[in-house]
Design a protein around this ligand. Structure first.
Ligand code: NAX
Length: 333
């Protein structure tokens, strides 16, 4: 039998946490033959609710969870100790009337503290996925304050946006979503992101065809498609009176699964990763790129053509991230 993998979920008493932990326990994230030990962290006001989630995990009798396989705690050090995968869902939400700087400041202090806990106590080579918003900048702060964790191990979630883009194309063309691939989310997990279909294809009876050739509606692809993906989070909040949870949890599993187990041949996915300057994106930002994964490591897909329309959009979302970075740093002083 495989050795169990320790998976940390912060903010585990929240709504994404509630959707995510059973997926992990069913093997959606790491495979149905991979035992897991779940480490769940939340803050003291949520301690009782967190304990309730732990009780339900026991009650669900998931076979991949070992007898003592759930840690539920409000102590970051206990939560981070020995973890191989860390999914950072906990954060300070933006409340009505709050200044951007105040929200940033709260998250900077959370991610600074949790960076140290991970750096000192996580397993070597721990892989980190930041989900909590502002996801890219929280990941950057985590990276800055955990200098001994390799930058390539720290990522943020844009797979939900990627999956939303696949979903829109699949609805438009009335095809299986699994036949659509190679969309790209560039940049920030915010409404400045750029969902790019210029290299996306659909698997048809006549072979792989470019999405643009099949949709035959550039106005829709350059307009409504992009705004729908950019605004999807807000549309879910409007409809559900709560933000995306099951789709966020499912995408977080996709992100880690592909990172650890690899992307299929000929397929890339979008991940927020530390920029090395590829595609003239400023180095030193956590920016969403197309990546392939193999042997537990991601690589940015190189050499894709970027037209003028796309170039502007890549730059715009990079500018927003540079501003967020400056704001985050201003919260440190
Ligand atoms: P909830 O408010 O339901 O849950 C957040 C949980 O985090 C709460 O239980 C809270 O007590 C806990 N928490 C707060 N501070 C903490 C800390 N310092 N340590 C540990 N836990 C802490 O929010 P939920 O809907 O689950 O969303 C969680 C985060 O995901 C939010 O920041 C949200 O904006 C972000 N999202 C990111 C997405 C992405 O694609 N990157 C999409 C979905 C989601 O909007």
């Amino acid at each position: 039998a495989k050795e169990p993998v320790r998976v940390l979920v912060t903010g585990a008493a929240g709504q994404i946490g509630y959707a995510l932990v059973p997926m992990i326990a069913r093997g959606v994230m790491l495979g149905t033959d991979q035992p897991v030990i779940l480490h769940m962290l939340d803050i003291p006001p949520a301690a009782e609710a967190l304990n309730g989630v732990k009780m339900e995990l026991v009650d669900a009798a998931f076979p991949l969870i070992k007898g003592d396989g759930v840690v539920a705690t409000t102590d970051a050090v206990e939560a981070c100790t020995g973890v191989n995968i860390a999914v950072m869902v906990g954060g300070f939400p933006r409340k009505e009337g709050m200044e951007r700087k105040d929200v940033m400041s709260k998250n900077v202090s959370i991610y600074k503290a949790q960076a140290s806990a991970l750096e000192q106590h996580a397993a070597p080579n721990c892989k980190v996925l930041v989900v909590a918003n502002p996801a890219n900048t929280n990941a950057l702060i985590l990276k800055e304050f955990a200098p001994s964790i390799p930058a390539k191990n720290i990522t943020c979630l844009t797979r939900l946006d990627h999956n939303r883009a696949l979903g829109q194309i699949s609805e438009k063309l009335n095809v299986q979503v699994s036949d659509v691939k190679n969309v790209i989310i560039w940049g920030n997990h915010s409404s400045s992101q750029y969902p790019d279909v210029n290299h996306a294809t659909v698997n048809t009876a006549a072979g792989e065809k470019p999405v643009r050739e099949l949709v035959k509606d550039d106005a829709w692809l350059n307009g409504e498609f992009i705004t729908t993906v950019q605004q999807r989070g807000a549309a879910i909040i409007k409809a559900r009176k709560l933000s995306s949870a099951l789709s966020a949890a499912s995408s977080a599993c996709d992100h880690i699964r592909d990172w650890v187990l690899g992307t299929p041949e000929g397929t890339w996915v979008s991940m927020g990763v530390y920029s090395d300057g590829s595609y003239n994106v400023p180095a030193g930002l956590i920016y969403s790129f197309p990546v392939t994964c193999r042997n537990g490591e991601w690589t940015i897909v190189q050499g894709l053509s970027i037209d003028e329309f796309s170039r502007k959009k890549l730059d715009l979302t990079a500018e927003e991230l540079s501003e967020e970075k400056a704001l985050a740093y201003s919260c440190l002083s």
